[in-house]
Design a protein around this ligand. Structure first.
Ligand code: FMN
Length: 365
């Protein structure tokens, strides 16, 4: 029997003629509350959950399932899995397929040592044969959309073409490429030439991922790579208006100007939306600092907001600091690009420091 080459159509996009946009999966960030906040300012075409861990005793995590089951944004949600055992993966995706998922996404990129040492996520990029087995099993088990998110290699790009050939062979429906190797973590330049190479070689649409900092930058990355769309992570935490701005830019319309006053409103919305019942105030303030590390990259060029924000301990302190920095000059523009040298996650993003994982929990506030 010949294998069908027909691909599953992707869900309708918000801007029928425009490139695709997607919110990148981010552990401890892209939960239901955050997706709702993002949708308030302008949803992406697609959401991806943070990864569901797959191992012998795993069950899909309840809090991640909520981002699918209770998602009222109107936008499709892809469920991401991370694992390597065929039987456990099969069991997990059968459970996930009972929920309203747009598709199943396989994580081939997580660079956290504690993850890749288990030979999952980015660790698998060292073993194309194993990836072939996983893709083959998943393709047979997923009746609808099956997508992959990958980095361009583990320590180098020697397996890159082979990996794209496997993506083709197993009829993956959508491929997101973060243009760095696992070893490069979040620190190096993004290798957009490899994203362009994936676009040229892959038979499915490709989303370009890595340092898509603004709508104009999305436009230039799309022009350079010819990708079908962009996937945006950290810069959507910094600027939740980014997907709306991308659509404006793609349509040739002026890009909305965001003020520091608008950002103060975002901080309040995020604070309320992400506070879980029973969480002590100081813990929630610490959680907020993790988002604000990114927001602060566009508040001032000297990082003064970041400096002051990181020293707050109570809700009152935090909002007083926000008021001082964001309402003092509320009409000033929130910089569309991060200010150069203002680093959100010093441990992860600066060369020569200890490599941290891909969780906000690894950030020292
Ligand atoms: C806090 C954080 C958590 C992440 N968690 C995941 C994850 O669960 N799954 C995944 O595929 N990538 C994860 N990533 C990687 C992002 O999806 C994305 O590939 C990376 O941040 C580069 O894109 P950006 O420059 O737009 O942020 C995470 C990144 C960050 C910063």
């Amino acid at each position: 029997m010949s294998v069908t080459k027909v691909r599953h159509p992707l869900p309708a996009r918000l801007q029928p003629e425009g490139p695709l946009t997607a919110l990148a999966p981010m552990q401890d960030v892209t939960d239901l509350a955050f997706m709702r906040v993002i949708a308030h300012y302008g949803a992406p075409d697609y959401f991806f959950t943070e990864f569901f861990r797959v191992h012998a005793h795993s069950r899909p995590e309840a809090h991640i399932l909520r981002s699918i089951d209770e998602n009222s944004t109107g936008r499709p949600v892809f469920a991401q899995v991370i694992g390597e055992d065929l039987g456990f993966l099969d069991r997990t995706i059968r459970e996930l397929l009972r929920h309203n998922v747009a598709g199943i996404d396989l994580n081939l990129g997580c660079p956290a040592p504690k993850v890749y040492k288990k030979n999952v996520g980015g660790g698998l990029l060292r073993e194309p044969e194993k990836i072939g087995e996983i893709l083959s099993m998943l393709r047979q088990a997923v009746p609808g959309l099956f997508t992959v998110k990958m980095r361009i290699g583990f320590s180098d790009t020697s397996n890159f073409d082979r990996l794209i050939d496997l993506i083709n062979e197993h009829r993956v429906d959508l491929l997101s490429v973060h243009g760095r190797t696992v070893r490069e973590m979040y620190r190096s330049e993004v290798h957009y030439d490899y994203i362009a190479r994936a676009v040229a070689r892959a038979q499915c649409p490709v989303l370009a991922n890595g340092n898509v900092t603004s709508a104009p930058r999305a436009g230039s990355i799309l022009a350079e790579t010819r990708a079908a769309g962009v996937m945006i992570g950290r810069h959507a935490i910094r600027n939740p208006w980014i997907f709306r701005q991308c659509r404006e830019h793609f349509a040739g319309a002026p890009i909305s100007r965001i003020t520091l006053g608008d950002v103060r409103e975002y901080v309040a919305r995020l604070y309320d939306a992400t506070r879980s019942p029973g969480v002590p105030e100081n813990c929630h303030v610490n959680k907020m600092k993790k988002y604000l590390n990114f927001v602060g990259q566009s508040v001032d060029a000297t990082g003064t907001f970041l400096h002051d924000m990181r020293r707050t301990e109570t809700e009152l302190d935090l909002f007083k600091t926000c008021d001082r920095h964001l309402l003092g000059d509320a009409n000033r523009e929130f910089s569309p690009e991060p200010y150069p040298g203002v680093i959100a996650r010093p441990n992860c993003e600066t060369p020569g420091t200890i490599a941290a994982g891909c969780s906000l929990e690894t950030v020292t506030a």
